[in-house]
Design a protein around this ligand. Structure first.
Ligand code: SAM
Ligand code: SF4
Length: 327
């Protein structure tokens, strides 16, 4: 019986966060102040992560996205990807800030990675520094070029838009999509930042992005699977590249959600905005069988939240922020 919830949604995708550490401090994600990382022994070992993945594969999951924190900062992540491939997952992807990508791209592909999402929130080096609080703009651009030159497809570049910070760059990003033939995705800012600076006023609605790009380069909608997070568009003039709009705040897509998440410290999260997560470590560390773990996961997934409730008056953001959940 495939993994499903009580609303009949089939669960086919898992996002696995392999670390809560990151070499960037993006303003919409982490705080400028040092945070307390989880002690090493609270994080799942690679063997434990593979153990969870094996059970999820047995439950019919097909897609794994490796994320973090920044997945590339944890030594051993490339071997982990090859172990996921050996388990038989047919869609393996990673979300990365791209800083360490150029030097590792070939090894990631040899390990079995199929697809990659790279975050880039500004095309201006100085503004990039303000957003990420690093001086790594060129390394990220090198990472994007390395991915473009490799067999990874599609290469998706993700920008989180924040009003007053980088929303003046929508057209420039669209131009990058056209000139480089990449998929440029715009993500609405969600209330998951460590500084709790999120407000509706700084969310840039996907509809605005769509109409601004459409006014300059007419767009044609591309069909997408219902469970996909992005609404996709191509350029009507036949230019290469694609635009993706991810609008969890203004156009929620919870009704077709097919995702669950595993955090680096071994918690199952059935929604990005879950107020409660479910600890898998006791199963992994106290000798439980795969069957016991599978039964626990099935029971918790059945109770997956109906939706994220960001737009409800009594919305409460989760205590864990994006860097600790895994995007
Ligand atoms: N470090 C990697 C990266 O930045 O790509 C992977 C982890 S990051 C948490 C995953 C994705 O979440 C990135 O695309 C990032 O831009 C996005 N993200 C982080 N905080 C967010 C927020 N508050 N709202 C929307 N997206 C966010
Ligand atoms: Fe790090 Fe990614 Fe969060 Fe930026 S968005 S601070 S790169 S985890």
């Amino acid at each position: 019986m495939p993994l499903h919830d009580k609303f009949g949604r089939r669960i086919t995708d898992v996002r696995v966060s392999v670390t809560d550490r990151c070499n960037f401090r993006c303003v919409y994600c982490r705080s400028a102040d040092p945070e307390n990382y989880r002690p090493e022994d609270e994080l799942l070992s690679w063997d434990e992560l593979v153990g969870v993945a094996r059970v999820l594969h047995g439950l019919g999951l097909e897609k794994v996205r490796v994320t973090g924190g920044e997945p590339m900062v944890r030594p051993g992540v490339i071997e982990f990807i090859s172990r996921l491939r050996d388990l038989g997952f047919h869609d393996l992807s990673m979300t990365t800030n791209g800083q360490l990508l150029a030097e590792s791209c070939d090894r990631l592909i040899r390990a079995g990675l199929h697809r990659i999402n790279i975050s880039l929130d500004s095309l201006d080096a100085e503004k990039f520094e303000r957003v990420t609080r690093t001086r790594k703009f060129q390394s990220v651009m090198d990472g994007i070029h390395a991915a473009q030159a490799s067999s990874l497809r599609p290469v998706k570049v993700n920008a989180v838009l924040v009003r007053g910070l980088n929303d003046d760059e929508v057209e420039a990003f669209a131009e990058l999509a056209r000139s480089a033939g990449i998929t440029m995705r715009f993500i609405e800012f969600m209330p998951l930042d460590a500084d709790r600076h999120w407000s509706r006023a700084v969310v840039v609605p996907a509809a605005e992005v769509r109409s601004r790009i459409h006014a300059r380069w007419p767009l044609v909608q591309v069909p997408h699977a219902p469970s996909e997070t992005a609404r996709k568009y191509r350029f009507a003039d036949g230019a290469p590249g694609e635009i993706g709009l991810i609008a969890p705040v203004t156009e929620p897509f919870c009704g077709h959600c097919s995702r669950i998440r595993i955090t680096a410290d071994g918690k199952l999260r059935t929604c990005l905005f879950s107020l409660q997560d479910h600890d898998l470590r006791p199963f992994l560390r106290n000798g439980a069988s795969d069957l016991d773990l599978a039964d626990f996961i099935k029971e918790k997934v059945l109770e997956k939240e109906h939706g994220h409730r960001i737009n409800e008056p009594d919305f409460v953001p989760p205590s864990r922020t994006m860097v600790f959940i895994g995007g």
